[in-house]
Structures are given as structure tokens and as C-alpha cells.
Design a protein around this ligand. Structure first.
Ligand SMILES: NC(=O)c1ccc[n+]([C@@H]2O[C@H](COP(=O)([O-])OP(=O)(O)OC[C@H]3O[C@@H](n4cnc5c(N)ncnc54)[C@H](OP(=O)(O)O)[C@@H]3O)[C@@H](O)[C@H]2O)c1
Length: 291
């Protein structure tokens, strides 16, 4: 039975959302690193001794690892930092979780795939095209032989703002200010509203192995248009562009949409794009509400 939960990366977008949802019902300890927050324990997870001590002291039944350096261009420019923050942290967790014998949920990404195929499933072979994805895939492999490890791959939509601005927040703020924005018409994923993961979490943590989570395949442009329409924002300000014209530093996979069929078979859970957008729009934070 899960009573005590350790959230590694509780100062980040996903980790903080999970913390807010879980701490009223479970005994939850969150960790932070460079963005210290009240109630959270500051910890550099690259430090195995400190990580192991935290687990030994807190004795979690479940550790949720949301830690990563998600700056795709930053990872490409700084390999040492990318491998340190995405892989060394996972290695500490791997060793500490094995030593303490607790359940692990490791948050991975849909970005692991080459981008040449739609709706990849868990049997499809990841072929990362950039350093961020390579480090995330290598981190997954650290947990491959660990009993009680669940690896979740997905991409999520949220209103997160501290440290970095989420796609949804950037889109809404830009359109509210009358700015033109460019969205990729040829980059696809199957986004999930972060609140859906929160809703599902307790039904997931008995699972083991790799699971894909997502809604339906949509381009970044389709997602932006759908959110703008749901919030009655001016869609004329949205310009369709190609990834090929964007001159981004790190290569980007084009189609990282995931099939969630395995999850549906195992749990009956499934998500639909329109519902995910409606839930995201309904959760528009107060500071983004029109006056
Ligand atoms: N954002 C997305 O759209 C997306 C899509 C697919 C998958 N994911 C995956 O989802 C997870 C969460 O993403 P996110 O957007 O919530 O990331 P985020 O906001 O950047 O949060 C990352 C967290 O990792 C912590 N951290 C970084 N280095 C650390 C270290 N050395 N020791 C301890 N903690 C460290 C950060 O702490 P401080 O901030 O305090 O330094 C922060 O709490 C990641 O695994 C990411 O790969 C994200």
C-alpha cells in the first residue's frame, strides 16, 4: 500500500502539480534543486550518498522521478550538464530505490522516437535524434531490470510558469497581447492535460514496465488553434510554419505521437484530444483570465 511518496523534482512543472494533488491525501516529501521552495528538501540528485540517505530517512513506498533538464537546445550545447542532470540523477535514484526496495515511477518523454513514424507503441524501438532524448532514453534503461519500476512516456499541457513558461501560457499571453505567433504544422504529438495524469495516477502505480500516455495525434499548430478557439482568442495571429524553416540548434523529431493502446488494454483509461483541451481551458489560471 502506498502511504509515503517522495517526489523528486517537486519544484518543477510536473512535480509541483503532482505535489499539490497528492500532499493532502498522502505523506509527501518533495525535493528541489536550484529553485528552492518552502517545505521542499533541497537535494542535488547527482549526489548518490545524499539521495540514498534521504530515501533511508523518509522510507517512501513510492518515488516519482520527474527530474530532468528539459532544455533541448541546452542539452545539445552542454553534454556534461545534459548527462549529469538527466542520467546521473537517474543513476542515483536507481541505486537508492534498489537499496530501499520502494516502488518507482520514472517520468520519461515521447521525444525518444525518430519522428518518422506516427503513434509509436511500447514495442517500437526508440531512436533519439538529439542529446536530450538520448539521455532520457539512457535513463530509462537504468530501470529496465528493476522490479516495481514504471516508466511513463508522454507529453503534457499545463499552465506552469515558475522557472520556465509552458507552451499553453506562452500561447495565451502572446495572443492576449496581440502578438503574432508561429506554430509548427509538421511536428506531431498526442498531448495530455497534466490534470489527467493526476486523475489517473493512483490507477497507474500498480503497473510495471513502459507505458505510453496520450490523447490523439495532432500537430503543434492544431493544438495551439484548438486552445485559442476554446478561449475565444484571435486565431488570425497564429501563423503555420515548418520545423525545417525554424533553424533550431538541436534536431527535432517530427512525429512523436504515441499510441496509448497498451494502457487502455491494461486499465481501461483513455484520453481524447478535444476533452484534454477543454480541461486545460477550464483550468485557465486567474492571472490569465480576461479582465
Ligand atoms: N515539459 C514537457 O512538456 C515534457 C514533455 C515530455 C516529458 N517531460 C518530462 O517530464 C518531466 C518533468 O518535466 P518538467 O517540464 O516538469 O521539468 P521542469 O519544470 O524543468 O522540472 C525539472 C525538475 O528537476 C529538478 N532538477 C534538475 N536537476 C536536478 C538535480 N541535479 N537534482 C535534483 N533535482 C534536479 C528541478 O529542480 P529545480 O528547478 O529546483 O532546479 C525541477 O524540479 C521530465 O522528466 C521531462 O523529461 C516533460
Amino acid at each position: 500500500m502506498v502511504q509515503r511518496i517522495l517526489i523528486a523534482g517537486a519544484s518543477g512543472g510536473l512535480g509541483n502539480t503532482l505535489y499539490q494533488a497528492l500532499h493532502k491525501r498522502y505523506e509527501v516529501l518533495g525535493t528541489c534543486f536550484q529553485h528552492s521552495m518552502p517545505h521542499f528538501q533541497t537535494l542535488d540528485l547527482r549526489d548518490f550518498e545524499a539521495t540514498n540517505k534521504l530515501l533511508a530517512d523518509f522510507q517512501p513506498d513510492l518515488l516519482i522521478n520527474t527530474v530532468a533538464w528539459t532544455d533541448v537546445d541546452g542539452c545539445e550545447r552542454d553534454l556534461r550538464q545534459a548527462f549529469g542532470l538527466n542520467l546521473e540523477t537517474a543513476l542515483s535514484i536507481r541505486l537508492a530505490v534498489a537499496a530501499q526496495n520502494c516502488k518507482l515511477i520514472h517520468i520519461s518523454t515521447n521525444d525518444l522516437f525518430s519522428g518518422l513514424q506516427s503513434l509509436s507503441n511500447e514495442e517500437d524501438r526508440p531512436e533519439p535524434v538529439n542529446v536530450y532524448a538520448r539521455t532520457k532514453y539512457m535513463a530509462e534503461q537504468l530501470f529496465a531490470d528493476l522490479p516495481n519500476a514504471l516508466i511513463l512516456r508522454f507529453t503534457f499541457l499545463s499552465w506552469w510558469t515558475s522557472g520556465k513558461t509552458s507552451f499553453s501560457r506562452w500561447l495565451v499571453q502572446s495572443l492576449q497581447q496581440g502578438q503574432t505567433i508561429k506554430l509548427f504544422k509538421d511536428q506531431y504529438n498526442a498531448p495530455l492535460y497534466v490534470g489527467t495524469l493526476v486523475e489517473w495516477l493512483e490507477q497507474l502505480w500498480h503497473l510495471q514496465g513502459v507505458y505510453h500516455l496520450g490523447s490523439e495525434r495532432r500537430s503543434r499548430l492544431d493544438t495551439g488553434l484548438a486552445l485559442a478557439q476554446a478561449l475565444n482568442l484571435n486565431t488570425d495571429l497564429i501563423e503555420a510554419v515548418s520545423v525545417h524553416d525554424s533553424h533550431l540548434y538541436a534536431p527535432r523529431p517530427l512525429d512523436v505521437s504515441l499510441s496509448s493502446e497498451k494502457l487502455k488494454q491494461a486499465t481501461g483509461l483513455s484520453a481524447h484530444f478535444d476533452t484534454e483541451i477543454a480541461k486545460l481551458a477550464a483550468a485557465l489560471p486567474a492571472d490569465l483570465q480576461p479582465n
